[in-house]
Design a protein. Sequence first.
Length: 552
Amino acid sequence: MNLNPVESYLCGLLIGKGFINNENLVIQFPFNNEFVEGIAHCNLCGWLATTSPPSPILKCKNQECRNSKDPQIPKDIKTKYHQPSMFKDSIAKIIIPFLHSGLDTEIKLLSSSRCSFISIALNDDLKKKLEFLFNDHKSFSSFSIPDYFYKTERENQIELINGLLDSCGFASAGAWIAREGSNGYGRQRIYFQIINRNYYLPVSIDNFLRSVFSIPIQTIDWGHPNIRDGNLKYYFDGKSSAFGREHQVKVYPEFLDKFHFRISSKQVLFKELLNHNLQCGFNRVEDWFPGSIKKINPARVKAFHPMESNTKLPIEVRKHFDAFWQINGVLGCKFINEIANQSSDRDLFLKTGIKDPVQNKESIIECFESNSRIKQEELLHVWKENKQKEEQKEEQKEKESGKMLESDTYPILVSWVQEYSETKFQEECFSFDTSSQTLFHFFSKNDSMSNSIADELLKEEMAIRPDVVSYIPSLKNFIFVESKVVTLGLKEVGQLLGYCAIAQPEEAFLVTTKNVSDSVFRALSVNSDLLNYGINKKIKLGKLNGKTLTLI
């Protein structure tokens, strides 16, 4: 089987953000913001200039420049690129014609203000090739780079990476890292952003770029508890699944000069980042893998994280890691595994970085694990102290303002709905304050009840965040309570209606410490079904006065 360059580019698109369906392929080209900004350089010395929002003034990073001490650089010095139009034009005028030059099939384009899609009809020839390359994998959530591309022509290898850049590659002026060159500051980076569910693609990209093109990878930022939440702040704050953001493979643009984006907004930004780095004169290669691995200092291990063994993680990474290279190793990094296989004890090396024979393997591992537990306790102590200080500040603000905050109502409503649900359903129910995160993330905790609820009732795409919920085991369903400290208007009604339309809770309450607006009463007089969200299901309105809830 042989691919042409266009088919190779298509594979890159699929691996980054594609789906293989029965009759077509769908490629997604997402962008978060309407506009993306370029680099700002000081108008006096030419060094990088940055700001901290919402300040409109940029500060020069050159400490010897006047604009670093008394900044006078306006924020609008940055070039702005309109992503919706640039994505759509690039796909319509550059990418689709290029695809047509090597694919005999129908291609359609669909664009919105946040994303563009192309749909490619599958013919028998293309279907056979993709089945050979990806086997049973059908989505970018599980794709990796097929072995075929290690031995194909150079043009195909380059086009594969071009496709990856267009689909999951990003050029961002905010992705710089603090480095000083011979003529400037702030080393810019390009990154591949990979969905958290796909733990295999980051290593696959690293292996390929390093093996085929000898490109150094600056770092891999893993969406793993030990890496993204090493100080357990998210976990202690009740956001136990917040570590699960995308993985990022970061590369300096000067090592990617043989590739290019066909999305014009990405390409012009790539050129800006590249020219900036070349002008600054950064001479160090900076590779996360310099050819060897240092032993991990037992005193500097990461704290034990309760989400390390969460069942949502792939089995290979459902464990503790003290350095990101260890994740690379267990997921198939060929360079780490070459060292591991040459070590006296492969498992000990992947745990500690120790390559030479030792007499006390068990005690070394025990020391690492003990230190991780101790560090967790230390971090918890620090978090509790900081939390207490924050609560004291909030209490003082509350006393000074005399106003009731929405968060003040949550404990009251948890107690109320607990008593309400157990009285009504005559069984043990479970009530929670879920205001800080989506339902899926709240119940993706490492305990049997939470995992049971998540597995039975929720989908990862269910990004809803009711303030308080009560779970009724016999019904395998919830009661939702949404709290407001403002006058209830149609906006507040619409929010809870949206939650209810998605989740279909057994009951739902919209509670306020104020009143119901005239607009809601007028709407109800015109349409008495306004609060209905299912068969015999209707949102109930309530007024909270102190600790007393009265239904309206």
